[in-house]
Design a protein around this ligand. Structure first.
Ligand code: PEP
Ligand code: MN
Length: 290
């Protein structure tokens, strides 16, 4: 048993860090390779794309703009966790196939969400990276199932999860033999109502202090406001994030999901230029595909 020593990185404020994700168990930071793209200390990886896959034109045009601006991974939800059962639920398997086609056309590997153990084998066959969303961070059968895959996993922090619970969720995946896990801070629920979530940027240095896995930030769900995304994206890079995942839509005003927090291609392109400066100022660089 660890003693409750506050100088011990494994025990901070009562947070006990599980063994496999613990930084003490592995000297070097983990680099997660997503179809050749390294997420880790090397460069800041930019993941962008629509909240949901809607149709081929929307996905392709958005993906092209992401690529032109310098994004290196495509995001897009096909199995969507929607708060209301009456909202667009995503295109399911058809959407995953669309992602695969657009990924091939643009050369951008993609990440997409799995919500259910029954979807994992199918999605793992197509996707370059599997996303476990905030609402499923403590879905233990799902964590075990993605842990059995040999595909990298993007694990989003539960909206009500402590750092310790977040790390324990990651430990479930590593325990199954899959060490390719990227942690994503996407905002937590607080008493604040002006933002969709409270983006906990202090989670970035804390997670990196406690654990060897790469940490990325989602300023789109973290704020819920398009106009706030650039500011918090820059702040996340300054805070040491190894990457960002952001919602971009070729016509945000027509988006079927989360348009209000999605950047237009022009806004995304301008942000990329600013991010390069911020990364440089903190001794890092934005990862570029050659
Ligand atoms: C998403 O990234 O598509 C998403 C639904 O985010 P979260 O799980 O963080 O709410
Ligand atoms: Mn969304």
């Amino acid at each position: 048993m660890e003693s409750n020593n506050y100088n011990d990185p494994a025990m901070i404020g009562g947070c006990s860090v599980p063994v496999r994700v613990n930084r003490k168990s592995k000297a070097d930071p983990t680099v997660v390779k997503v179809s050749g793209i390294p997420i880790g200390p090397s460069g800041v990886v930019i993941i962008a794309g629509p909240c949901a896959v809607e149709n081929n034109e929307q996905l392709l045009e958005t993906a092209k703009s992401v690529k032109t601006a310098g994004g290196v991974l495509l995001r897009g939800g096909a199995f969507k966790p929607r708060s209301s059962p009456y909202n667009f639920q995503g295109l399911g398997e058809e959407g995953v196939k669309m992602l695969r086609d657009v990924s091939r056309e643009t050369g951008l590997p993609f990440v997409t969400e799995v919500m259910d153990t029954r979807q994992v084998a199918f999605v793992a066959e197509y996707a370059d990276m599997l996303q476990v969303g905030s609402r499923n961070m403590q879905n233990y059968p799902l964590l075990k199932e993605v842990g059995l895959q040999r595909k990298p996993v993007l694990l989003k922090r539960g909206m009500m999860a402590t750092i310790e619970e977040f790390l324990l969720a990651a430990e479930y995946i590593l325990n199954q033999g899959n060490e390719q896990v990227v942690l994503c801070e996407r905002g937590i629920r607080t008493f604040e109502t002006t933002t969709r979530n409270t983006l906990d940027l202090s989670a970035v240095p804390m997670l990196k202090h406690l654990c060897h896995l790469p940490v990325i930030v989602d300023p789109s769900h973290g704020t819920g406001h398009r106009w706030m995304v650039p500011t918090m994206a820059k702040a996340a890079v300054a805070a040491g994030a190894d990457g960002l995942i952001m919602e971009v839509h070729y016509k945000p005003e027509e988006a079927l999901c989360d348009g209000y927090q999605s950047l237009s291609p022009d806004e995304f392109s301008k942000l990329m230029a600013d991010l390069r400066k911020v990364a440089q100022a903190v001794g890092r660089e934005i990862y570029q595909h050659d």
